[in-house]
Ligand binder design. Structure first.
Ligand code: MN
Length: 208
């Protein structure tokens, strides 16, 4: 549960929804350990440290600061927590994920893309074309009632404010390098085996 320090609620690292080796062989235990206990925890802790500083500015206790730099780092770290929480929840332990979605999501994918295989091909191409560090995402736009494949650079997901994330793939090197080295496309290809479509369906249902 979030705690309250100096009048601001803090971020907390969420529980991993499976064991640390639950995604093997597609994503190794070592990667999940570093990614969750190292990177994700780091974003949470840094967000809280920055919030303390930000709160100090609000209260007038901190009078020398670089607001632009602080807000940029705060954005990076809070978004880092949100994006990673979605990423973990969007995967299921080996043997319990993968396949293709049913439900409303399956219907929408078939209607919009013609088939799941076509959607999978396009999402994979988008992921593989994403330069540098970022994310491949499937968003839902209520305005058009359309699913939309998009990419996120770094952690700056502000443009997704009105387009909730239904499906998300972390493409930072820390997400695959220990196991896949520079073969990012192999990581992307294997990730389909552990997608948690039930979670994606639940996310979509929240916004319909
Ligand atoms: Mn990551």
């Amino acid at each position: 549960m979030a705690t309250d320090i100096q009048g601001l609620r803090k971020y907390e690292l969420p529980q991993l929804p499976y064991k640390i080796d639950g995604l093997e062989p597609y994503i190794s235990k070592d990667i999940v350990d570093v990614h969750y206990n190292g990177h994700h925890k780091g974003y949470v802790n840094t967000a809280n440290t920055l919030l303390d500083r930000y709160n100090g500015i609000i209260k007038g206790d901190v009078t020398s600061y670089d607001l632009h730099g602080l807000i940029r780092l705060l954005t990076f770290n809070i978004s880092g927590d949100k994006l990673h929480t979605l990423y973990w929840d969007n995967m299921a332990p080996s043997g319990k994920g993968g396949g293709s979605p049913g439900g409303v999501l399956g219907d929408k994918i078939n209607k919009q893309y013609g088939s799941f295989d076509k959607f999978k091909k396009l999402f994979t191409e988008a992921a593989n074309s994403n330069p540098g560090t970022g994310w491949a995402v499937l968003n839902y736009d209520k305005e058009t009632d359309n699913l939309q494949i998009m990419t996120v650079e770094n952690h700056f997901m502000n443009h997704l404010a009105e387009m909730p994330v239904i499906l998300i793939l972390d493409e930072f090197e820390h997400a695959y390098y220990l196991q896949y080295k520079n073969k990012r496309a192999d990581y992307v290809g294997n990730w389909w085996n552990i997608v948690n479509w039930d979670f994606a369906e639940k996310k979509l249902q929240q916004y319909l």
